[in-house]
Design a protein around this ligand. Structure first.
Ligand SMILES: *[C@@H]1O[C@H](CO)[C@@H](O)[C@H](O)[C@H]1NC(C)=O
Ligand SMILES: *[C@@H]1O[C@H](CO)[C@@H](O)[C@H](O)[C@H]1NC(C)=O
Ligand SMILES: *[C@@H]1O[C@H](CO)[C@@H](O)[C@H](O)[C@H]1NC(C)=O
Ligand SMILES: *[C@@H]1O[C@H](CO)[C@@H](O)[C@H](O)[C@H]1NC(C)=O
Ligand SMILES: *[C@@H]1O[C@H](CO)[C@@H](O)[C@H](O)[C@H]1NC(C)=O
Ligand SMILES: *[C@@H]1O[C@H](CO)[C@@H](O)[C@H](O)[C@H]1NC(C)=O
Length: 475
């Protein structure tokens, strides 16, 4: 006790003496940061409250100093808090922070204005992450001057126009993240010069043309995200050179054609393979059986045909094989035995099954189950009784036969589609909490409880009545 007291006394007495030393924040840094603050028009969560003239800028939130010079500016909004954002422009006065090494402005959501030209006047800048904001306009060709950059991210802004070909001069880059913008044109071939890349993403843009066959030069690439563009042509053969390190290969939502290459079986470290929503044809290579560590596999919405190989994956987390030309007959064993699966989508997969006969080892983590358009009989009552966090259950176009009133609707459930089955009984009032609901073309009867769903959600039953269908006949 006594010891603590003396320590406290020591701290109290010495703190005032420390102040003059730490107040040595360089005047240029202070000026630059205060100009940044004054260009911010709204800061509802007070991210910049500690930024006060005359106090040591090295103690301000989001600031790191080395030898009393600002080396890092790092401000981050919290995605789950609506008030956690900054409005305004990024002041060009940040160019006064001549020792700035890292600029991290992430999730601030409402920073506007063009490409930050002041970067050209920061000789020490190596890491630039301006993510989830509203910067717009073109990325200038002069970006090729920032040759000292090791990481560049404008992830999820609103940049338009092409990716400048001069970007090929940024050979020290280990991360290049331009995903989530409005970029157009093709991927510059010169990007093959960025041999140090571990992380490359151009996802969710308007890029087109073939994916360049230049991957042989990237020996360290771990993450390749190109989904959500308009890429055409085949999956380039040189992607094979990224084995065995590549962990994320995401090429979904494009217009790729041709087969799924055999070499994907070499990707021993693959965590996520997304080839969904393309125009891929042929069979799924048997070599995929070697991907024992894959967690997320999406091959949905292609034109793939049987036979689907037996995989050896121990714990799949999410699987989507929907809308191909598969006739799986049963739910694969490696799905049923997965202890961690949370999303299973096997719509139109030719599954013939009595649902009660499907005994997954784990149902606890399930968020999504889509078994639409198969030949599934029996009842989902037991399955839905065991899933405590289910968000979506889609099973339209099967032969499910059960009393709807016995189906447990968990709190988390938002989407329920049982249309075109053999469901009977009444519509329980518990469905009113769902966002989407469809029980059309079944054998339901009786008054419909008050819900917000349109008539098409209830049409084609035996004797449902009341809004939004015709009124019930008075008894
Ligand atoms: C975002 O910034 C713009 C311009 O700075 C402003 O008009 C708009 O109100 C801001 N949005 C929010 C949600 O504050
Ligand atoms: C880019 O570099 C060139 C020469 O290396 C120079 O002339 C030019 O002014 C630089 N542009 C910018 C915006 O820094
Ligand atoms: C890029 O790779 C080279 C060769 O492997 C290495 O010497 C250099 O340090 C790397 N640069 C960065 C920024 O990682
Ligand atoms: C799986 O990998 C082993 C060795 O890594 C190889 O011998 C075998 O041919 C591969 N199997 C398939 C189906 O690719
Ligand atoms: C649902 O689960 C409860 C226990 O959580 C059990 O008592 C009940 O019998 C189950 N109902 C069905 C139809 O499986
Ligand atoms: C319900 O399903 C039927 C048939 O599957 C479909 O035609 C209708 O548009 C759906 N309605 C709603 C509201 O989802």
């Amino acid at each position: 006790m006594k010891k603590h007291l003396s320590l406290l006394l020591f701290v109290t007495l010495t703190l005032p003496c420390l102040n003059p030393v730490s107040a040595a924040c360089h005047v240029n840094d202070e000026t630059g940061l205060l100009a940044f603050k004054s260009a911010i028009t709204a800061d509802p969560s007070g991210l910049l409250t500690s930024w006060k003239k005359g106090t040591d800028c090295c103690t301000w939130s989001g600031i790191n100093c080395f030898n009393n010079r600002v080396t890092m500016l790092s401000l981050s909004g919290q995605p789950d808090k609506p008030n956690s954002f900054l409005s305004g422009k990024i002041s060009p006065s940040l160019s006064k922070l001549s020792f700035l090494n890292g600029l991290y402005l992430t999730n601030l959501r409402n920073l506007t204005g063009p490409f930050p030209d002041f970067l050209f006047r920061l000789p020490n800048i190596k890491y630039v992450y301006i993510e989830y904001s509203k910067l717009s306009g073109r990325i200038p060709d002069t970006i090729g001057n920032l040759t000292q950059l090791e990481a560049l991210s404008f992830y999820y802004n609103s940049f338009t126009g092409p990716i400048p070909t001069t970007i090929s001069r940024l050979t020290q880059l280990t991360q290049l993240k331009l995903g989530g913008n409005l970029l157009t044109g093709s991927i510059p071939y010169g990007i093959k010069n960025l041999k140090n890349l571990t992380y490359l993403t151009f996802e969710r843009n308007g890029l087109s043309g073939p994916i360049p066959d230049f991957f042989a030069s990237f020996s360290d690439l771990r993450i390749l995200r190109l989904f959500g563009n308009q890429f055409t042509g085949k999956i380039p053969a040189s992607i094979s050179a990224l084995a065995p390190k590549l962990a994320y290969l995401e090429l979904g939502h494009n217009a790729l054609t041709g087969p799924i290459p055999d070499f994907l079986g070499k990707f021993k470290a693959l965590d996520t393979l997304d080839l969904g929503h393309n125009r891929l044809t042929g069979t799924v290579p048997k070599t995929l059986a070697n991907l024992t560590k894959i967690f997320n596999l999406d091959l949905s919405h292609n034109q793939l045909v049987d036979p689907f190989p037996q995989l050896n994956v121990r714990g799949i987390e999410s699987l989507d094989l929907s809308y191909n030309s598969f006739h799986l007959k049963e739910i694969p064993k490696w799905v049923t035995s997965s202890p961690i699966i949370y999303s299973l989508k096997l719509a139109n997969c030719g599954i013939k099954l009595k649902l009660e006969d499907w005994k997954p080892v784990q149902t606890y983590y399930y968020d999504y189950i889509d078994l639409s358009g198969n030949e599934i009989t029996g009842s989902p009552i037991g399955l839905l009784n065991k899933t405590d966090f289910l968000v979506g259950f889609w099973a339209s176009g099967n032969k499910l036969k059960f009393n709807l009133e016995s189906l447990r609707i968990v709190q988390t459930l938002k989407h329920l589609d049982l249309s075109r089955n053999l469901v009977f009984g009444k519509v329980p009032s518990t469905v009113s909490g769902l966002d989407r609901f469809n029980v059309s073309y079944n054998h339901l009867c009786g008054p419909i409880p008050a819900t917000k769903f349109p008539a098409s959600a209830f049409l084609g039953n035996d004797c449902l009545c009341g809004s939004p269908l015709a009124p019930c006949k008075k008894a």
